[in-house]
Design a protein around this ligand. Structure first.
Ligand SMILES: [Zn+2]
Length: 500
């Protein structure tokens, strides 16, 4: 596992509003946590370096790059005036240079992971996933992830999958990759029917962009169970179908417990497990830091992601009942049928009586919810929390970590054997389960069942075979329903979706 950062990035700070949430402390607490646990000693540390302007022109226009350079050479008052013309951005005299440094580190971490068939973590800022080809946006100046993905393509990656689990929609990346058929983006984000920032219709399930799958969350409070379900029902099937040579994670920690932006409840174990699920594919994984604003959470989240990248595994996080809004979103994402495995899941859903009761809403996006002001506010945007609130949220975080650690120690391991010829049958004893599946269903069953129950399991990269027949899917459907009465299996996200 490779790691890159540079403490110079702490110099990117808001000089006119000291309580801005995108603060240098975000990076500082992450580095302090990793150092205090000795995790950096176990990593291969890459030297930091700045990207050249030629390198970031792979995404951004020369005019835009020159403009940012010029703005950052002005007085702080003039920089603030400029920032009133763009959306939720602050800069200072160091931002241009640190934007190049951030992008350079993202490129090197990603190319090293790709070439060494390994994994990497780039602890960098300013973040990147909201910035467009010719405009900054949402704390982001240069789009680190899109730049890294395009350099990986130039270095020989035929297909790059970007998983953006930052709680805000990766609309900048969505636009920046649209001209490249070898890059696919899956973005999980708080949406609330378009009433949550950036309030864009292009962040809905249905949109005109060819390379983006959106998973918009229409309610707050979604937790590990929700995110793990999304992984099993959309991300892993897409990964198996797309067969990327490289996975890049737009790694925001703002869906974490206590985050003031996301108001979700993903735990450090959740982030670790999501990382583990991607690593299990055997495909190189490059993790690039984006947002995340509750300092006690992001320190632990980064720790668990790095521990996962270093080979540690975590206890099974049992999925619980899907919220009705998430269930609705998942049905709609699956109904787009954008990959062959999603089409198989869609077929299973059409057999389910539960699915027939789901209202596939057409009014997903409430038009008119986006308001563009004539001048964007630059000050007093964020209200500091009270010490009591922070303490309560920190308590919730620590309780959650302790609970998982206890479960991890007490949980028994299920041994799984997967074989290749017959259609689908299973034998279950207390400790051992055997699943036999036909070749065309192998990776599908693996993603839906085996990787859920057995975190250690690698789902090997199978050559794309012909899609399963209707007959095979009918048998799988019956098998899944029969498994639903067995406690371990009832937690499997697909079984939940079919039976809940
Ligand atoms: Zn974010």
């Amino acid at each position: 596992m490779y790691f890159v950062t540079d403490e110079a990035m702490l110099d990117h700070c808001n000089r006119w509003d000291s309580i801005h949430i995108e603060s240098p402390d975000r990076l500082k607490v992450i580095l302090d946590q990793l150092k205090s646990l000795g995790l950096l000693e176990k990593a291969n540390i890459l030297p930091s370096r700045s990207a050249s302007t030629d390198e970031i022109e792979i995404v951004h226009t020369k005019k835009y790059i020159d403009q940012i350079k010029e703005i950052c050479s002005k007085t702080i008052e003039e920089i603030e005036e400029y920032c009133k013309t763009v959306e939720d951005v602050y800069m200072n005299e160091r931002t241009y240079d640190l934007g190049l440094l951030s992008a350079g580190c993202a490129i090197d971490a990603t190319l090293t992971a790709f070439k060494q068939k390994s994994s990497s973590f780039a602890a960098i800022r300013p973040p990147g996933h909201h910035s467009f080809q010719s405009a900054p946006c949402g704390f982001c100046v240069f789009n680190n992830v899109a730049i890294a993905a395009k350099h990986a393509r130039q270095a020989g990656a035929e297909r790059v999958l970007i998983v953006d689990w930052d709680v805000h929609a990766g609309q900048g990346t969505q636009e920046c990759i649209e001209d490249d058929d070898g890059i696919k983006l899956i973005s999980i984000h708080r949406f609330e029917h378009g009433t949550f920032w950036p309030n864009l219709e292009q962040s809905s399930v249905k949109h005109k962009f060819r390379h983006t799958i959106n998973i918009p969350l229409n309610s707050i409070g979604e937790d590990d169970s929700s995110f793990i379900s999304i992984f099993h029902l959309v991300i892993l099937p897409t990964l198996i179908d797309f067969q990327p040579d490289l996975i890049i994670v737009s790694c925001g920690f703002d869906a974490a417990i206590g985050d003031p932006e996301g108001e979700m409840k993903v735990s450090p174990h959740g982030y670790g497990r999501m990382t583990r699920l991607l690593l299990n594919s055997g495909i190189p994984v490059s993790v690039i830091l984006e947002g995340g604003y509750f300092l006690p959470s992001i320190a632990r989240d980064a720790e668990f992601v790095v521990r996962a990248l270093q080979g540690e595994s975590f206890p099974i996080l049992h999925t619980t009942t899907l919220s009705s809004t998430l269930s609705d979103t998942l049905h709609r994402v699956i109904s787009t049928g954008s990959t062959s495995i999603l089409r198989s899941i869609q077929y299973l859903l059409t057999k389910s009586t539960k699915h027939k009761n789901v209202n596939l809403r057409t009014d997903e996006y409430k038009k008119g919810s986006r308001v563009i002001p004539t001048s964007y506010p630059t000050r007093d945007i964020y209200t500091p929390r009270t010490v009591e609130t922070t303490n309560l949220l920190e308590l919730e975080l620590n309780d959650c970590i302790k609970r998982y650690e206890k479960e991890g120690k007490e949980g028994s391991k299920i041994n799984l054997i997967i074989d290749g010829d017959a259609v689908f049958s299973m034998i279950e004893t207390k400790e051992e389960v055997e699943i036999i599946t036909c070749p065309s269903l192998h990776s599908f069953v693996h993603s839906t069942i085996v990787t859920y129950l057995c975190p250690e399991s690698l789902y090997h990269r199978f050559p794309i075979s012909s899609p399963p027949s209707t007959h095979q899917l009918d048998i799988l459907y019956s098998s899944l329903l029969s498994l639903s009465s067995i406690p371990s299996f009832s937690h499997i996200p697909l079984i939940r979706l079919l039976t809940q």
